[in-house]
Write a protein that binds this ligand. Sequence first.
Ligand code: NAD
Ligand code: DAU
Length: 338
Amino acid sequence: MTTYLITGGSGFIGSNFIRYLLNKDPDSTVINLDKLTYAGNQENLRDIENDSRYHFVYGDICDESVVNEIFVTQKPDIVINFAAESHVDRSIGKPDDFIKTDVFGVFVLLEASKKYGVDFFIQISTDEVYGSIDKGYFQETDQLMPSSPYSATKAGGERLAFSYFVTYNLPVIITRASNNFGPYQYPEKLIPLFITNALENKFLPLYGDGKNVRDWLFVEDHCEAILYLIRKGTIGETYNIGSGNEMQNIEITNLILEYLKKPSSLIKPVKDRLGHDRRYALDCTKLHSLGWRSAVNFNKGMRTTIEWYKSNEEWWEKIKSGEFLDFYKSHYKLSYTS
Ligand code: NAD
Ligand code: DAU
């Protein structure tokens, strides 16, 4: 019986991970600590909320008393820290909460893990900590050159985690995954924003020339890789997690419009993101040498994702008519509806 403390489990990747874990490992117990920010949504785990192995704790990873209470009462064996402010555009407008959650929050979790002891502390970092690369692929040993307040705070958080391994021997593993996509992703991110806008016949606001490149990883592959690293990874090490599915934003946009049989006139070129990273690309040799490779083909993952958004309008319509709308009106400063 393993007890997992999953933070940020009500967000996109965290909720997919909890569902995946409970399916794969019937003997696991999950404590989900989540602050339910705009991105946290209890609907994401409605199907398992009555599972006796799942426990939700409403709270902030920056709150030492809540975190310590979980360690004292639940004695987690494994901590996986997904909790973060995760959207680059929001970090450009208002970095405050990024600094709190993505750096100080990690510190609070590390301190509690050091004090009470854990078997693993997995810090979910991101490929964005390397910054942009025009040609070639980033290796884990490359220098970190984060270029947005989001990626800078993620770099701070993961380096702090590493320091707890070196200084206090805390069993830390750091993961740096590429862009995830799949069901339950908050519709502020490229793929769900464009799918849902297209379904609503609204503009798809494409930044700059639309030729920025990301490596797209289906969320279930990411979940599998994290569990794999708990079994096969080495403590103190950092692992890139990518799929090799490099795509320009305009290619993704066209693919979504074609699939949904919508006109390309919905594409609206808008002002570029400040400090917009041109390309992310990972060398995943280190993870591949442990025997793991992403399994989900990009087109299949996209079909699954688009069909999920088509069948779950209620989920995203509720989100898009709430806090999201205010953010987008001020963010794009253009008429949001076509
Ligand atoms: P998300 O924004 O969908 O979810 C974040 C979750 O964290 C939400 O449930 C939110 O309520 C919770 N949270 C935020 N601040 C908190 C706090 N102070 N205390 C407790 N809970 C808090 O994010 P996501 O896309 O699921 O990303 C999860 C993690 O994976 C993040 O650490 C992110 O940096 C990392 N990551 C994301 C991607 C991606 O493509 N989405 C890729 C690589 C790494
Ligand atoms: O690479 C991993 C990272 O991927 C994660 O660490 C982040 O949490 C996650 O948000 C994501 O960051 P990106 O900035 O790459 O993702 P986003 O979906 O915001 O944007 C993807 C690309 O699409 C990027 O080049 C910007 C562009 N874009 C995005 C939006 C929201 C647009 O052209 N228009 C848009 O409206």
